[in-house]
Design a protein around this ligand. Structure first.
Ligand code: NCD
Length: 304
């Protein structure tokens, strides 16, 4: 095993902004090397608090913990917890702190993971807070890009779909400020553009163009997202943009041979199933990569 740099033990993972390039690279190096080891986190407990639906994030965190010998407690949805009785998020966090060594939280409110991190002394990992951030998905995305392209600099990246409410693309776009010679093509309907606050952080560091046209030519990475129906204040607005982009075999004719097509999943209708067989389709491998990335992260934070 490699030497672990200081600064990981006990830290929170709330925003991708919390990480330098060196730290991202260190985490990815660990993720490339980590193997199941039932002794590494033996007896340690991860509390998995999911207030919003999740398949991949929840199960990959649980898989990661179990492959390192740790245990998982928690809930998904408020029905089975005392939150249904009106307990506050802070009180729930203070209780969970007494049972666990680390907390993983997904919650519909922006800022909720930070609130929990400020309430407890355990390390807290943000597994998605509303439309804000999803840093461990971004680490998984970077790991996948690095595996296929062998680098995280000098890349042309297209982000497609719901750039307004999609937390995965907010975290990912910000992560690219840590790398060199990145060009972003931000492809979305007019009313689902990347939030101005994120664009301001890109300004002067990562050149970007905003467009509504599904132009996938010359991109190294095409990152497709689901329109985030549950975050629209007005369902009629959703109806106007649903199905805005469909990546089908015809659209994929634009893709370079060595391009990779990513999607954090779940998909609804953004990528047709026949695309899955194309050599560029890497979203299921991307999903699998969530496990070693989360194993490496748990190991670093728990100092095993
Ligand atoms: C994403 C999420 O929850 O933000 N899913 C995931 O974690 N892989 C994307 C989405 O829900 O569209």
């Amino acid at each position: 095993m490699q030497r672990v740099h200081t600064g990981w033990l006990g830290r929170d993972v709330i925003s991708i902004r919390d990480f330098s390039r060196e730290q991202i690279e260190e985490l990815l190096r660990h993720a490339h090397q980590i193997r199941p080891d039932p002794e590494l986190l033996r007896g340690r407990v991860m509390a998995s608090l999911f207030f919003e639906p999740s398949t991949r994030t929840q199960l990959s965190f649980a898989t990661a913990m179990q492959r390192l010998g740790g245990h998982v407690i928690g809930f998904s949805g408020v029905e089975g917890s005392s939150l249904a009785k009106g307990e506050s998020l802070q009180d729930t966090a203070k209780v969970v702190e007494k049972y666990a060594d680390i907390i993983v939280i997904r919650h519909p409110l922006e800022g909720s993971a930070r609130l929990v991190a400020d309430t407890v002394s355990l390390p807290v990992i943000n597994a998605g807070d509303g439309a804000n951030q999803h840093p461990t998905q971004t680490l998984t995305d970077l790991f996948t890009i690095q595996r296929f392209h062998g680098r995280l600099d000098d890349l042309k990246i297209g982000l497609v779909g719901d750039l307004k409410y999609g937390r995965t693309v907010h975290s990912l776009a910000l992560a690219f400020t840590r790398f060199r010679k990145i060009e972003l093509r931000l492809i979305s309907p007019e009313n689902l553009r990347m939030p101005p606050a994120i664009l301001r952080e890109l300004d002067g560091i990562v050149p970007y163009v905003e467009t509504s046209e599904l132009d996938l030519r010359d991109l190294d990475v095409v990152y497709v997202t689901r329109i985030q129906k549950e975050r629209f204040p007005d369902i009629e607005e959703y109806e106007k943009v649903k199905g805005a982009y469909v990546i089908d075999l015809k659209a994929c004719e634009q893709l370079r041979r060595d391009a990779i097509l990513l999607h954090p999943l779940p998909r609804v209708d953004e990528i047709t199933p026949d695309v899955d067989a194309l050599p560029q389709a890497k979203y299921f491998e991307q999903t699998r990569n969530g496990v070693p990335v989360r194993m490496a992260l748990l190991r670093l934070l728990l100092g095993a």
